[in-house]
Every structure is written in C-alpha cells, then in structure tokens.
Design a binder for this molecule. Sequence first.
Ligand SMILES: [Zn+2]
Length: 356
Amino acid sequence: MKTILSCPICTQEIYLGHRFCIHCGARLDPLAALKLSIQGIGHPEFPFLDPVYSPGSRIPCRDFSGFIAECLQANDTQTVARLFRYLIAGNPGLGVGDDWASDLVGEVSALPLSQYMQTGYSLVIHEIKALLILAGLGGGPRQFHITDGIPDHIARALSCHHITWLPAIAELHEKVNRFIRKMRREAPFWKEFPLIKKGRLLNFSLPESELRTLLENFSPSVRTLALSITEDFRWSIPKSISYGNRRFGINPEEAAAVIEITDLCEHPDAPPEILLKAWERDRFIQHCNNLGIETKSSWSKSRLLDELLQWNPELIEQSVRRESAVRLNPKYIEDMKRIKDHARFIEDHIKALISL
Ligand SMILES: [Zn+2]
C-alpha cells in the first residue's frame, strides 16, 4: 500500500516517491508532507504520537511502517531517523539524548537480510526493516526484542507474504539460542523462555488466495489486527486493538474504516442503543455540537441519541456499524487458518532476524 501524503504548500495528495509536488511544483520534504497528512490525529505537542497515551510511552498515532519502508527503499535513512527522533521526543532516554535514533536506523537499514531470506517483492525486505525499527521504540538492545510479543506482532504483519528462508538462517537460530541460554543463567524471566527448535523446516507453502491479496493491501498494523478477528469475535474493530498493536502505531478509526470497506468482516445487525454502552456522554455532546444541536445539561445519553437520530440518522447508522461486534466473513475462515499457521511458522525466523 502506497503512503498518501499531503503537499505542505498546496495540500493536494501526493506520493512519497515524488521529490517535487506534481500539482504546484514545490520541493517536498517527506516528513513535512507526512506531518500535514496526519494533522488533527496526533498529540497536540508531539504530532507523530498518539494523543491518548502519554508522550513518554512513544506510541505512534498511526502506522508509519509503510512510510518508513518506502523511505528505506529510496535509501533515505535520514528522513527515517528524523521521524524516529520525533517518536521518542517525549522520552528520548535518561541522559542519553536522541543520538541513538540515527544509530538504530542506520544499523537496521544495513542488515543483510537477503542472505537469509528472499521475497518476490522487494518492498517486503524494507517492510521488515521498518518493523524492526519500530520495535526499537521500546528501547534496549535489539536482542531483547525477541520478547514482549514483538516477534508475534511482526510475524502476523508479514504472514500474507511469500517468503523463502535460506539455509543460512539456521546459524541465526543458533545465535538466538545461545543468547537465551545465557539469559537463563542470569535472570528468572528467561527460565521458561523457549529455545528455537533446531532442524525445523525452512519453508511453508502458502497458496494464493483472495484473503492473502486482501491482507497485502492493508498496512502491516492492520494486517496484525485482521488476524485477531475470528469467527466468534465479540468486539468492535476499534475496541479490539490491544496495547501490543498500539506500540507499532495504529489509528483505531482509520484501521476500522480500512477494514470496513472490504468484505473481511460481517456485522450482525445491531440497534442504535448499543451506542449508549459504547460512548461516553461527551461523545454524544460533541456530535450534537458539530451538528449545531443545542443541548441541555439535564439531557441523558438516550435523549441525546434521540436527537442525533432525528438530525443525522446516517451518522448513527455508521457509528453503530463501527461500534458493533464483527465476525470474520465465513468465506475466509479456511484461508485465515492457513495464514495464522504461517504467522506461527515464521515467528522463530523473525526472532532470528531480530538477533542479526
Ligand atoms: Zn503542492
């Protein structure tokens, strides 16, 4: 999926690869264009960070992995390092400053991944590097990123891609295991941490499928989220986004909208009243204000809902859809099982790449 940006001069839509705006001719700074394209969704002081979480937790306000991958493909590590510095600006690290941002970006972008894997589509390698860079937002040496759900997140994000693993990856499996054995001697946390099983099969056959193509068109974070939607899912899409997803950057509203225009999920019919549970009173008031409805402080949530239903039934219909539980479209159940198996299969290989 190509990242769509806004030209900082004329605000028209542009793509990252453009050096100059195709509409007004202005010279483009990719980061300035990215910043404009996320206007209003980020933190008021830290525009690339989530407005809800504390800036110190370094939660991006959306999935920047596509942007980072495209920059890496264009050999523009400087822009990636600048973005990373913005992402850690609320908490650069005690006494160390933000110099480590460039070091991390430089190190990951130079990893010789093609010695260990091949993909039919060159952007995939850059996508993996982008995810390894975002994993670095948690701080700490890279070897430690084999914990904390990071390999699982990355594996799910990559599970729709055909990847051929090369025999050399076995050396990296051994390297991960040496690290785990060493940590087992030093810290109780690692005692139960599983070793990578040696002699495991290198490759997994992933047949072409409609679902695979659908997932490929999502951003990596939306793919990870899509893999958590099951046949008996009990949550709405925005509500099902975990903290683990958030750490790599995902905007719940955008993610829900992206999934909703596909046929990935089905919505069982839900009545407008589900909004009474899903929304705080402020949310009703805000919608009323936007529509110019005068509200009274004595009005209950159901009174506010009645007003909104009268004034803008489409808004309520859309919101009910957004807030209601979804389930996986039955036609994708079989293929989804295969893709999830693939995600579990590549998890150890991801640990290997992390330890590189
Ligand atoms: Zn322009």
